[in-house]
Design a protein. Structure first.
Length: 220
């Protein structure tokens, strides 16, 4: 059972269509997949109730510095929460998980790559946008097509197999992230442009004869 995730699949013309990558992964496990239909809360009630429990019992009053900090706090909290007696099953989740794991199939030897990938031509401001955040790229590659790979932890940008940016992924919204080496490259490019605009040594530049204005004034 899966709740409407684009990388897994979607409903089209009344039929569910899974992505090729997920079809291959599903085939190695030998399992069927059912996508929950839109506006069908009954089909995903178990998941929604679990999310609601986490939001009401874990999140209030907490602050997180990063994804790793969130996961560390959540893991510590789960160890305590899973020792409680569940109101419906009358079991401790920490004990019931062993039965669930015994019924699970092992993962295939080769797991699919879950990275989000896309290609874009690097604009003049030398940033690529992932969700709502802008990540800097080496400005010397402006105008060229770059490939972006996004994981839960990183944003990596390459151009013709050459890495031109590697950022720690930011899960906040509307942030601008700039690497120091990209700022240094931008300053170097500006200096190069200024030097190229200056006349070369020994170049004769004609000077305007200002007396011509005096003669014009006298004539007037």
């Amino acid at each position: 059972m899966w709740d409407q995730e684009g990388c897994i699949g979607q409903w089209r013309h009344g039929r569910q269509r899974l992505t090729d990558e997920f079809q291959a992964f599903r085939g190695t496990l030998g399992v069927a997949v059912k996508l929950c239909a839109p506006a069908d809360p009954e089909a995903k009630g178990v998941v929604e109730r679990t999310h609601d429990y986490y939001e009401r019992s874990f999140l209030p009053g907490r602050r997180f510095d990063s994804v790793a900090d969130f996961n560390a706090q959540f893991t510590t909290w789960l160890r305590r929460a899973n020792m409680r007696i569940h109101a419906t099953t009358k079991q401790r989740p920490a004990d019931a998980i062993f039965e669930d794991r015994g019924a699970m199939l092992p993962f295939p030897p080769v797991l699919p790559d879950p990275s989000w990938r896309f290609s874009v031509r690097l604009p003049r401001d030398h940033f690529v946008r992932v969700d709502t955040n802008d990540y800097s790229v080496n400005p010397r590659f402006v105008g060229r097509r770059v490939d972006v790979r996004v994981t839960l932890d990183e944003v990596v940008v390459t151009c013709d197999s050459t890495e031109v940016a590697r950022h720690r992924r930011c899960l906040a919204r509307h942030q601008t992230l700039i690497l120091p080496e990209h700022m240094r490259a931008l300053r170097a490019m500006r200096l190069e442009a200024q030097l190229a605009a200056q006349p070369a040594a020994g170049t004769f530049v004609e000077e305007r004869d200002l007396t011509v204005y005096d003669r014009i004034a006298e004539v007037g």
